[in-house]
Design a protein around this ligand. Structure first.
Ligand code: CDP
Ligand code: CDP
Length: 214
């Protein structure tokens, strides 16, 4: 099993870097954040209180959640046989995703699905706890970061109103699998790097292990 874990706070560059890295290596790309966003979207759709772990757990047990890797070699998630993709970056999902992600039953469900995806093929997987909790045994761990100002600017440049500082604070302080740097992760400050610059730095670190672009 080969998993390249890419963790870090919001707008550190995880998605852009992970997708490009996966393409270069010929690996599949898994976005775990979109799975937490999809669960949050469903909890809110059901009208469940995102602040109540019991209610969130009950909402979860009423939903049919399917994950896989599509023909484009990227992960997908379906809720009740439909794709929630178009809604995953909506304001109400942004505002509640950290709360819902802190519920242990949610983390257990998503983590189990993520581990199953790695059975069949090599992956680049991005998230908050991939190197610390989902695949703690992988030797390939990277932690991306950038200054809070640069990260907020990046999100604003995308046209969003996402208040990432509040999410970072909640994601770092929760009890279950908080965002933190794994002791054996390689830290990459992306503040002044291009996306390709970050990808190249990661590829340099992987080369000695025989993991090279196809
Ligand atoms: O793209 P961005 O970094 O803004 O967020 P994301 O990766 O889509 O993740 C959205 C939210 O999902 C995070 O703020 C976390 O609350 C949660 N998440 C998590 O708890 N664990 C993960 N492995 C990935 C995301
Ligand atoms: O997945 P995450 O929230 O960590 O970040 P992202 O969605 O990949 O990146 C957020 C924004 O920052 C995107 O618009 C990227 O194009 C941009 N970015 C950048 O300008 N320079 C980097 N080194 C990485 C990302």
């Amino acid at each position: 099993m080969i998993v390249i874990a890419i963790d870090g706070p919001a707008a550190s560059g995880k998605s852009s870097v992970s997708r490009r890295l996966a393409k270069r290596l010929g690996f599949a790309y898994v976005n775990s954040g979109s799975m937490y966003r999809a669960v949050t979207w469903e909890v809110l759709r059901q009208g469940a209180d995102p602040a109540s772990p019991e209610t969130v757990g009950a909402a979860l047990s009423r939903a049919e959640i399917t994950c896989g890797i599509g023909e484009d070699s990227e992960s997908f998630i379906h809720v009740n046989n439909a794709s929630p993709d178009a809604s995953l970056r909506d304001g109400h999902v942004n505002r509640h995703v950290s709360l819902v992600s802190a519920v242990p039953a949610v983390r257990e469900l998503v983590s189990t699905r993520l581990r199953a995806l790695a059975q069949d093929r090599p992956l680049v997987m991005e998230g908050r706890d991939i190197g610390t909790a989902v695949f703690p045994e992988t030797p390939f761990k990277f932690y991306l970061d950038a200054s809070p100002e640069i990260r907020q600017q990046r999100r604003e440049a995308e046209g969003g109103t996402d208040q990432i500082a509040a999410r970072d604070q909640m994601d770092s302080s929760r009890k279950a699998a908080p965002l933190k740097i794994a002791p054996d992760a390689r830290f990459v400050d992306t503040s002044h790097l291009t996306i390709d610059g970050v990808v190249d730095a990661i590829l340099d670190a992987l080369r000695p292990f025989g993991i090279v672009p196809k």
